[in-house]
Write a protein that binds this ligand. Structure first.
Ligand code: KE4
Length: 433
């Protein structure tokens, strides 16, 4: 495929934008080579500025569960556009979107709309600390919750439980209030609560991890989280930015029957426009200004265009649920990937929940970050590029989930599997690095 215009565009972008991208994952750093610059999307297709066409399994990192430019969402945005783009004042549409969210996830009794998943998580953490009067936050290695300082923290040394910054600019003081545990490790969680239970404001978790690639919760892990937080007066925050409206209309909390105290949302809830949300127990949410004293604000919070897109997206997912079809398509894709890797004798693990899935190049099941990091990322990179050359656009990292949309068809899935068979056969030899 010729991608000269993308190459030129990348060179120009790098002169004015750090790394040529507005979010680091897009620079293809994890797979090498140069990123593809996109001209437009349509249904399951992405078109780059060189005129190449790709089947899209990134879906803008999750929001586009209906594919690119779904008619109902476009019509809602265009309709809202006729009345203006932003008012900085309340609109009835915000209440309508809030009602859809609360109906979809009964654990959410009240909700605040913001402009990104990061903003939703940052606000939920401040609210949890404000409500409990406690400082400590618990997260899990390999879970990503956006780029608020409290969450850019790595696990401290085994002796020192408390966190250490994993980005310049995050202070040691901030990191000290975050504890990082191994995902799916209920024993470590129990030990931590035994020692620090009265100091823990909240535990935040991806109930199904997407940011290690797709990693499912071990049996008993989520119930243990719910039981320990409740017993010690800490809040349980489900970060459903990826899983919300993705794995089920009611998200992972509906699938697993766990009721968190707070939930953070993003991606699908905004219909592809900038919108995040956080919500949960009314007694917690009412600690927010102007009812309570916890501060959170935003010029574009509840923006009319994003809210219109979110209403159209959730209404479509509620009234014409795509989940059975997504299950069939994604199961077909997963089975095809696994069979192709098996036939090529390439060590692999396949993880999937609904329409989010990952083909790991790993010898052992991926259960947490310690096992995820053992993946053969060089082999993944060759898989990524082999598929890209065949018009299949995967997330540019072994540690991201891929997504099937309602715009994909069986034919698209079978074409993807066929391309994977060819590439995996080439991969049978060990990676160069
Ligand atoms: P945003 O601020 O990117 O809207 O949301 C942050 C966030 C919060 N929680 C979870 C579970 C998330 O996955 C994310 C963002 N996801 C990444 C990719 N998995 C976004 C892509 C990017 O950073 O460019």
């Amino acid at each position: 495929m010729n991608r000269d215009r993308s190459r030129e565009a990348f060179a120009r972008a790098k002169q004015l934008i750090p790394g040529g991208v507005n979010s680091p994952a897009r620079a293809f750093g994890a797979v090498g080579g140069q990123p593809v610059f996109i001209d437009r999307g349509e249904g399951p297709w992405l078109y780059d500025i060189d005129g190449n066409r790709y089947l899209d399994y990134v879906a803008s990192w999750g929001p586009l569960i209906l594919g690119h430019r779904p008619a109902a969402v476009l019509a809602a945005i265009q309709n809202a556009l006729e009345r203006g783009t932003s008012f900085g004042a309340p609109t009835e549409a915000e209440t309508e979107l809030a009602a859809l969210i609360c109906q979809a996830m009964p654990s959410i009794q009240k909700v605040r709309l913001v402009s990104s998943g990061t903003e939703a998580v940052m606000s939920a953490l401040r609210l949890a600390r404000g409500f409990t009067g406690r400082d400590l936050l618990v997260k899990f290695a390999g879970n990503y919750h956006g780029h608020a300082d409290s969450l850019l923290v790595a696990a401290g040394s085994s002796a020192a439980t408390l966190g250490v910054p994993n980005s310049p600019g995050v202070t040691a003081g901030t990191a000290r209030d975050t504890v990082v545990l191994e995902y799916n490790d209920s024993v470590a969680l129990q030990r931590l609560f035994d020692q620090y239970g009265s100091q823990i404001a909240a535990v935040i978790v991806e109930p199904i991890a997407g940011n290690m690639g797709c990693v499912t919760p071990a049996d008993g892990f989520l119930p243990a989280l719910r039981e320990l937080t409740r017993r010690h007066g800490a809040l349980l925050i489900f970060d459903e930015v990826i899983t919300g409206f993705r794995v089920a209309y009611g998200g992972a909390q509906a699938l697993y029957g766990i009721e968190p105290d707070l939930t953070t949302l993003g991606k699908i809830v905004g219909g592809g426009l900038p919108l995040g949300a956080y919500g949960g127990r009314a007694d917690v949410m009412d600690c927010l200004l102007p009812v309570g004293k916890v501060f959170q604000a935003g010029t574009l919070s509840g923006n009319p265009l994003a809210t219109a897109a979110g209403i159209a997206m959730l209404t479509s997912l509620r009234d014409d649920p795509p989940y059975e079809r997504l299950e069939q398509l994604a199961a077909r894709l997963a089975a095809g990937f696994a069979a192709a890797a098996q036939a090529a004798a390439v060590p692999h693990q396949l993880a999937r929940v609904g329409s989010m899935l990952t083909l790991f190049f790993a010898e052992q099941p991926v259960r947490n970050w310690s096992t995820a990091r053992l993946c053969d990322t060089s082999r993944f990179s060759r898989f990524f590029w082999g598929l890209l050359e065949r018009g299949i656009y995967l997330p540019c990292s072994q540690f991201e989930a891929m997504f099937v949309s309602a715009a994909h068809t069986v034919e698209h899935i079978d074409a993807t599997v066929s391309a994977a068979q060819q590439v995996l056969a080439e991969l049978a030899a060990p990676g160069p690095g």
